[in-house]
Design a protein around this ligand. Structure first.
Ligand SMILES: Nc1ncnc2c1ncn2[C@@H]1O[C@H](COP(=O)(O)OP(=O)(O)O)[C@@H](O)[C@H]1O
Ligand SMILES: O=C(CO)[C@@H](O)[C@H](O)COP(=O)(O)O
Length: 536
């Protein structure tokens, strides 16, 4: 093979719900390498669906932590086999699905610091976890713990003011409380608790990496203005929790140099810096170069809508996280659990398992779908807390089914109308200059993006890769190289490719959806009033 020219770069990782992904970005901030390992397809032995195990109670959702480790082994071995020149990696950072938690067993730190380069990671970490099935963001089994936490701080609004969110079932503090109450022995044998992001950073660091402010904001434990753990929240969840979490750090922190394991096994340079990993949505904000006034829509396993905030605005719906690229600012986020996995189900039922048939259905149906509206929540939705499928005719009569193409458009229009209604409910407005930045796997689908543009009445832009969390992590790694120089992140990414226009609102779209949105909102309230909330 011809000698490859040296190409200094940074790596960006994403330990998301369904995959481990990596990109390599060169000094001109161009992506020149991408790979991913899909848990369901490439690690069949773990038997996951959509990267997770949904337990029999229908509420508990976990992922095997060793599956994540093994996926990293696979991707690194593939890179090595492809001849990737690890010696050019100046720094790396990454992201993880938010809120998930990893429980390192007492003594695991010694294993992490003395890994043999002759063996794969998963072979050496088999006995390092006191909980082998990590709770993840799709879990909704901790309602009892949520109410206790809110009571401990003076109510939902007080908790939202303190930590950026009322208590949410998927948030890590409530998950830790459940493990302490239901598995006290495992909790006692746990010497460190990581988020998925800081767990992944720990693998590269060869020691426990700290939790960053931005992903730490998704725990119901961090005071988002003072950026310290809330003692009252820690005490309400579990004893000795602060020592198990370690101290949180600014998201731009260089947390150390890469472990000798990676230097000896893969040829990383000993000075390769590890920059704090963060949540996948904060990393996506970095990767899309999101600016104030823009709205980001991530269409991954979860759907999220997020935007840049200068000041926190406590609310009883949605979340405020510390901003991952500007320590003085924040980001607001709404999360929708019935995202890509719901779209896949309707695709399989109504479009013969084919995305091209799915697209044809969207192309063959009119904006507004003849007044038909649908709500599709096969798992308990987060925003709002509704479950089940609910269909309504133009006359607001509940019906049991739609024809295939109508079903597909009802799903997509409903998902985007929900996003717009709940965003506007929090005071966010589409302004004349608003850009919608779309990312995530479904942002590959031009016809889905057209509906997004129509419903929001705003142009939709995409970046070259849908893996914005990976790209944002690589950008943050480059920014880490400039640590101590006070170069702002925005300055560092100026040269990065700008998002490109993917869809603009169709003529007449605003009239159609200005009429439909209030109907959708009223029907959502009707369903909410008929749906029992999550079990107390
Ligand atoms: N052409 C497409 N149209 C719609 N959805 C798509 C398309 N291609 C991929 N997807 C969806 O993208 C999802 C994966 O998105 P991704 O952002 O990688 O997920 P995550 O980061 O949560 O693991 C898949 O579940 C799949 O349904
Ligand atoms: O819970 C949230 C955000 O609050 C989810 O967005 C998770 O962060 C999962 O991310 P994806 O795997 O869907 O990207």
């Amino acid at each position: 093979m011809a000698e490859q020219a040296a190409r200094p770069c940074c790596l960006g990782w994403d330990f998301s719900t369904q995959q481990v992904k990596v990109v390599a970005v060169d000094a001109e901030l161009n992506v020149f390498y991408e790979d991913s390992v899909n848990f369901d397809k490439d690690l069949l032995e773990f038997g996951t669906q959509g990267g997770v195990h949904v337990h029999e109670d229908g509420l508990t959702v976990t992922s095997p932590v060793l599956m994540w480790v093994q996926a990293l082994d696979i991707i690194l071995e593939r890179m090595k086999a492809s001849g990737f020149d690890f010696s050019q990696v100046l720094a790396l950072s990454g992201a993880g699905q938010q809120h998930g938690s990893v429980y390192w067993k007492a003594g695991a730190s010694h294993v992490l610091t003395s890994l043999s380069p002759d063996l794969l990671l998963h072979k050496q970490l088999q006995a390092c976890f006191s909980i082998r099935d990590s709770p993840v963001w799709m879990d909704s089994s901790t309602t009892v713990q949520c109410r206790r936490l809110e009571a401990a701080v003076g109510g939902a609004q007080a908790l939202s003011c303190l930590t950026g969110s009322r208590a949410y079932e998927r948030f890590t503090g409530n998950q830790i409380a459940k493990i302490y109450q239901q598995n006290p022995e495992a909790y006692a044998h746990t010497e460190r608790i990581s988020l998925v992001s800081s767990f992944a950073a720990s693998l590269f660091l060869g020691s426990y990496a700290p939790i960053d402010y931005s992903d730490g904001s998704g725990m119901n434990l961090l005071q988002i203005q003072d950026k310290v753990w809330s003692q009252v929240c820690l005490r309400a969840c579990a004893p000795h929790l602060e020592e198990k979490l370690g101290s949180p750090v600014p998201s731009c922190s260089v947390v150390g140099a890469i472990s000798s394991y990676f230097v000896q096994r893969y040829g990383f340079p000993p000075g390769c810096k590890v920059v704090a990993f963060t949540g996948d949505n904060p990393a996506s904000l970095a990767g899309m170069k999101l600016e104030e006034g823009d709205i980001a829509v991530s269409l991954g396993t979860s759907d999220t809508l997020f935007l840049w905030l200068q000041e926190p605005m406590a609310a009883l719906e949605g979340h405020i996280f510390c901003n991952p690229v500007d320590a003085q600012h924040y980001m607001a986020l709404l999360c929708f659990k019935n995202g890509s996995l719901m779209r896949e189900k309707i695709r399989d039922e109504s479009a013969s398992c084919s995305w091209s048939d799915f697209s044809e259905a969207l192309q063959s149906t009119e904006m507004g779908n003849g007044g038909n509206l649908g709500f599709y929540f096969d798992v308990m939705e987060i925003t709002p807390e509704i479950t089940g499928r609910h269909r309504f005719s133009a006359e607001n009569r509940q019906v049991s089914a739609f024809p295939g193409a109508v079903e597909i458009r009802a799903l997509i229009e409903g998902q985007f109308m929900a996003k717009r209604i709940h965003a506007e409910g929090l005071g966010y407005r589409v302004m004349p200059k608003t850009k919608i930045l779309a990312t995530g796997g479904a942002s590959h689908n031009r016809d889905i993006l057209q509906v997004l543009a129509d419903v929001f009445g705003a142009p939709v832009y995409v970046t070259d890769t849908a893996n914005s969390a990976c790209v944002g992590s690589a950008y943050r790694a480059f920014h880490g190289l400039a640590a101590g120089t006070d170069v702002p992140f925005s300055e560092m990414v100026k040269l990065a490719p700008n998002p490109r226009l993917a869809a603009t609102p169709s003529p007449g779209a605003s009239q159609v959806y200005e009429a439909l949105l209030p109907r959708y909102a009223k029907l959502e309230q009707r369903i909410l009033s008929q749906t029992p909330g999550p079990p107390e």
